[in-house]
Ligand binder design. Sequence first.
Ligand code: ZN
Length: 257
Amino acid sequence: MQPFGEIADRVWVARYEAYDVNVTLVEGEAGLLVVDTRASLDEGRAVLADLRRLSSRPLVAVVNTHEHFDHTFGNEAFVEERAVPVIAHETAAAHMRASVPADTTFSSVTAVDLGDRAVELVHPGRGHTGGDLVVRLGDADVLLAGDLVEESGMPSYGDDSYPLEWPWSLDLVLELVGPDTVVVPGHGAPVGRDFVQDQRSAIGVVAQTIRDLAARGVPVDQALGTTEWPYPKEHLADAVRRGYEQLPRSEKRLPLA
Ligand SMILES: [Zn+2]
């Protein structure tokens, strides 16, 4: 079965069952761009086989939305087939393992020329990781958000996340999202602007709650149990720990004895 479905002119998304991860294929006159490559060499090879049944155009580049294994470990299959550039944000590239590296990096904004269409890559700031990027397909009104936006689960706060900055990064993402833009999350079904706005609000509440608790002198190990949160507490331990660590000194109070 062909997992890639066309969501806009020559933009196909495959939502693979393993990790429920999305892989996107963009075609232009110059060739194909693949965004994210799944979690292993074998899974990467499966993506290649699936996309070869869609188009015989040459691969122009691979893009990784961030460094996590479920988005990058399949890179090996693409590099194995042909020496295509693998593009990532410089911070993501610095954290990728040696067998699946990104060899082309940028810090703020860059673009890939597919001939009759340009693909813009934007680092909106830190959030899910330090090196998140979003992919903007202006002519198709599509935005690939990576794990800055998640549909099938709550936003994933790991031990490499930036909980306090994530809302601001989503504000920048929202600047790139119009009323009819199709936003493809890292995991789950495509969404629209309202969904991204709602997720930004909830992520903003997490950040503000961390700031408020720290300003009141609530110790980090009591923060989760002290108040209500927009997401289940058991998934916010890293968010709170990282948030406390990343607060400027001026916003912290010594815990009351
Ligand atoms: Zn991730």
